[in-house]
Every structure is written in structure tokens, then in C-alpha cells.
Design a protein around this ligand. Structure first.
Ligand code: NG6
Ligand code: CA
Length: 519
């Protein structure tokens, strides 16, 4: 087609006009694209390195996670910052090692907000860059200032640390209050039936798992013997709020629908969604559609349910045409545990399945299975399918996602490993401080140093080796991934080098040893 010359000029001027504009949607990103990509972190709770087909599971089928792994980048050396939930989530969102904050331990449902409201977080920095930010799912980072009235607006919480939208459970599925909270308000609360919560004392006349086992549909094994909700006794006491209480079996659907609604509502602007699944943490309560699907009891069925949720969520992104413009990161907050406090057949029906894969330990452990978790990045058309052996931690996501969004924000612990996430580089971390229930260890290169710690070698409740020993432990993962050969005595020079490096990294902050009890 032939246009008269003034048309060319017009098109040129129009082009200039748009090029000079820099509204939120047109920011220049690190990758050189004009549009800011959406970012979704899908974060499972207690999903182990060996629980996913793409990581070797055969008895459990996880086709939707496997698809992300197959068509995206599967990391074999991806780490959570800690072997339990609260510290890992703290590090994920703030880019700060959790052992720098003495309060970053498994929190009760009444704990105050752990993140300082002036602290940089992934959502706050992305918001600065023009993102809409949302969280759906498990929070477990504390709420309020220590004296929460659950019948009033609850703050500070996720909305005060960077999330424009929040639909959360306060702590864990096994802790009170067993209600959803949307932007600081308990969902479906009847003002005539106010909620009260205590972790110290029961409320008069309220049955407990300890005193009323006949009321339970799932019995407690250790802990979890306090207030009964939906036939399951929990950690902590609660009364009131009857209409607002969640139905455990519907939780996965509830969070999925909220996550889908969120992306539908924000499809036309750059968004960041932290979709924090509750599975397969206890109590495992898959919807009846999934019950019996795996033959492994509720733990297996809950993993299959989580996998289905991921598939449905991906379908939503696809139907909205967002796959080419959305980076998805899938990971888990800590390693696996089988019996975590309820009689739920998880041990009896485990069969040949190995939730930790070949790794030693599990949740709560300083051994690899405590923190090395499934870690997958997926971005249609941007990330070429592959496997990466680069070492990367969730603590690195803050600086890496900042880089993606064109922000300079960083922290001293969080490394910008954007190219690693996108599969363009294998240059990951050289060293990483590992944490489990306030004890720390270090990986450097392929070597792991675990300093001596008091306490039992095995937690017999959960049947997991914790990594405690009165001796230094030194492992070389290159030829001993299952950490069977302690080389500390035979390699005194390497041991000394690792101790010096560990001390350099940890400074004098290695004082958390008093918290060895699982609370
Ligand atoms: C422990 C609970 C465990 C689980 C864990 C937190 C007992 C005996 N055990 O204290 O069941 O709730 O806390 O898990 O109460 S996490 O994944 O949120 O860190
Ligand atoms: Ca967890």
C-alpha cells in the first residue's frame, strides 16, 4: 500500500508519542521488553523433593506440575530458606535470611506481624514498579500488633507490607483461627457471634480433642488436641465465629477460585500473585473428588488435589491469553513430613513412595530434604525447556524479580539470579546458609557443613533425622547426595575452611540454638 508522505509523518509522530510515554504498562524491563510481565509464585506447603513426578515420583501422579517442569526450567538445587514455614516465607517475601530475625519461627495464630511495615518486600517493590499485587492462601507471618480483635479490621498484615489484595488464612490449617481473612476482615463473620482466640487457655464449655476424642473424624497423634473444628482438633483455642469457619474440604477450591478471580480482574495490568497453597500440610483434607485417588491416603490425595488446582489455574491464565506474559515460579516452603500430628494413614499407606526422594531428612531437618525442594520456573516462549543444576534459594527471588521489573532494589542476602531463573545462565549461588528450627548449616559448592547441635538425632514423632550431632558433619554432595559419609574427620582442612566461611557468613548471629523444641 502506498500512503502519502504526511501519513508517514503522522505514524512517526504517533510512534514517538507512545514511545515517550512511560505509564505503568510501558516500563522498560530488564529483559528489554516493553510490557512488565505478570509474576505468579505458586507455593506449596510441605511438598517434598520426591513428591513430584518431574523429580522422580512414580507412585504419585502430578501431571500439571510435571508439565510446568517439562516445558519450563526444573531446578535440581533449588532451596527454601528454612525447613519450616514461617522462616521460609519470611525470606521469600523479604529477601532476608530468617536467622537474622530471632522471631522468624513457626508462629501461633495470634503472633504479631513478623515483617516490619517499612521493610522491602517482593510485593512492595513490585507495586512501586506499577504492579497490582495479591496474595491468596496461607500467610503464617503474623497479624496485628499482638492483641488482635478478630471482630474488627485486622492490621497490620499483608496489606501493610505490599499486597493490594489479600485473601488468606492467618497461620496454618491446623491452627486457629480457622477462618478466611479478606483485606483484614474475617469473611462471613456474624457480629452476633464474635470470635475469640487464645493459645493459652480454653474457653468455658468448648470441647477439645484431648477431652472429647469421640467428636473427632481425624484423631490427633501429637499436639493438635485443642479446639475442635469440623471434627478435627487444632492447635490453639477458639470460640464463636461459627458461620465464618472454613470447611477444610473446600479450602483448595476456595483458594483456587480466589486466585482465578484475581487474575481475571487484573488481566489488563501487570500483576503479582502469591498463590500459597495449603497442601499437603496437616490436616490433609482433600475434597471428596480426590479422596481415594492415590491409594496413599489423605497426604497423597492432597498432593493430587494441589496438582489439579495448579492445572486449573494454568487453564485460566491460558484462556485469558496471559501465558506468554507471565512468569510462573512453583516451589514449596519446606521439605516433606509424613506423620505431622494426625492419624491420617500417611505412614500406613505410603508404600514405596519416597517424599524426600534420595535426600536425607525432611521437614525440620538440616539435612538436604529439609530445604531442597521442587523449584520450577515456567514462561511460555521465554524460558526454554531444560534442567538447571544451579544453586538458587527462594531468598534470591526478591532481587531477581526486582531485576525483572526494572527495579534496583536488593538486600544483602538476596542475589539477583534472574538469568538463572530464566534458564539463561547456570551461574547460581556459590554458598547458602541453610536453616532448620533456628539451627543453621552451610552449603558451599558441593560441600555441606552441619555444626554440632544438641538435641535428638531423630524426632521420633515425625520420624525425621534432624541433623543434630555432637560432632561436626561434612558431606560432599557431588558423590554423596544422600549424605551418608561424614568426611569431617578425614578432611580436617576442608572442615576448617568450611567453618571459617560459615562463621564469616553467620557473623555472631548463630545464637538461635535455644529453640530446638518443635513448638
Ligand atoms: C508444628 C506442628 C506441626 C506443624 C508445624 C508447622 C505440633 C506437634 N506440630 O509445631 O503439625 O503445624 O508446627 O508447620 O504441633 S509449618 O509448615 O507451618 O512450618
Ligand atoms: Ca510448611
Amino acid at each position: 500500500m502506498n500512503f502519502p508522505p504526511f501519513y508517514h509523518l503522522l505514524i512517526f509522530i504517533t510512534g514517538l508519542f507512545f514511545a515517550c510515554q512511560s505509564p505503568e504498562h510501558q516500563n522498560q524491563t530488564a529483559s528489554g521488553d516493553l510490557d512488565l510481565p505478570n509474576i505468579v509464585i505458586i507455593y506449596a506447603d510441605d511438598l517434598g523433593y520426591g513428591d513430584v513426578g518431574a523429580y522422580g515420583a512414580t507412585a504419585l501422579k502430578t501431571p500439571n506440575m510435571d508439565k510446568l517442569a517439562r516445558e519450563g526450567m526444573r531446578f535440581t538445587n533449588g532451596y527454601a530458606a528454612a525447613a519450616t514455614c514461617t522462616p521460609s516465607r519470611y525470606a521469600l517475601l523479604t529477601g532476608v535470611y530468617p536467622w537474622r530475625n530471632k522471631d522468624a519461627k513457626i508462629l501461633p495464630g495470634t503472633a504479631p506481624l513478623l515483617i516490619d511495615t517499612v521493610q522491602v518486600t517482593i510485593p512492595s517493590l513490585l507495586r512501586e514498579e506499577g504492579y497490582h499485587t495479591g496474595i491468596v492462601g496461607k500467610w503464617h507471618l503474623g497479624l496485628g500488633n499482638g492483641q488482635v480483635d478478630w471482630n474488627q479490621p485486622i492490621a497490620p498484615g499483608p496489606n501493610e507490607v505490599g499486597f493490594d489484595y489479600a485473601y488468606i488464612m492467618a497461620a496454618t490449617q491446623d491452627r486457629v483461627p480457622t477462618v478466611y481473612i479478606e483485606d483484614g476482615m474475617v469473611v462471613g463473620l456474624d457480629p452476633e457471634d464474635p470470635i475469640e482466640v487464645s493459645y493459652e487457655h480454653n474457653f468455658p464449655g468448648q470441647p477439645t480433642g484431648k477431652d472429647n476424642p469421640e467428636m473427632l473424624k481425624m484423631k490427633w497423634h501429637h499436639g493438635h488436641d485443642q479446639t475442635i473444628v469440623n471434627g478435627i482438633s487444632r492447635i490453639g483455642y477458639m470460640q464463636g465465629g461459627t458461620a465464618a469457619r472454613w470447611v477444610d474440604e473446600n479450602m483448595a477450591d476456595t483458594f483456587l477460585v480466589k486466585a482465578q478471580e484475581y487474575v481475571r480482574q487484573h488481566r489488563d495490568e501487570p500483576f503479582f500473585l502469591y498463590y500459597a497453597l495449603q497442601q499437603p500440610h496437616v490436616p490433609r483434607t482433600p475434597h471428596s473428588r480426590f479422596v481415594g485417588q492415590t491409594g496413599m491416603g489423605p497426604r497423597g490425595d492432597a498432593i493430587v488435589e494441589a496438582d489439579w488446582c495448579i492445572g486449573e489455574f494454568m487453564k485460566t491464565l491460558e484462556s485469558l491469553g496471559l501465558l506468554e506474559n507471565t512468569l510462573i515460579i512453583l516451589s514449596s516452603d519446606n521439605g516433606p513430613v509424613v506423620n505431622d500430628g494426625y492419624y491420617d494413614d500417611s505412614v500406613e499407606k505410603l508404600g514405596d513412595h519416597t517424599p524426600a526422594g534420595v535426600l536425607r531428612g525432611g521437614k525440620y531437618s538440616l539435612f538436604e530434604a529439609g530445604t531442597r525442594v521442587p523449584f520450577i520456573t515456567y514462561w511460555s516462549g521465554k524460558i526454554a525447556p531444560g534442567v538447571s543444576n544451579a544453586m538458587i534459594s527462594q531468598v534470591d527471588l526478591l532481587s531477581s524479580l526486582a531485576g525483572l521489573a526494572g527495579s534496583q532494589v536488593t538486600t544483602r542476602d538476596s542475589k539477583n539470579l534472574l538469568d538463572v531463573l530464566l534458564g539463561k545462565s547456570e551461574e547460581g549461588r556459590d554458598e547458602l546458609v541453610l536453616e532448620a528450627t533456628s539451627r543453621t548449616a552451610m552449603r558451599k559448592g558441593n560441600w555441606v557443613l552441619i555444626p554440632p547441635y544438641p538435641g535428638p538425632a531423630v524426632n521420633t514423632w515425625v520420624n525425621i533425622e534432624l541433623g543434630n550431632s555432637d560432632k561436626y558433619q561434612l558431606y560432599n554432595l557431588e558423590n554423596d547426595l544422600p549424605q551418608q559419609n561424614n568426611l569431617a574427620e578425614s578432611n580436617p582442612e576442608k572442615l576448617q575452611e568450611m567453618i571459617s566461611e560459615f562463621e564469616r557468613l553467620r557473623g555472631d548471629a548463630n545464637d538461635g540454638v535455644e529453640d530446638l523444641e518443635l513448638k
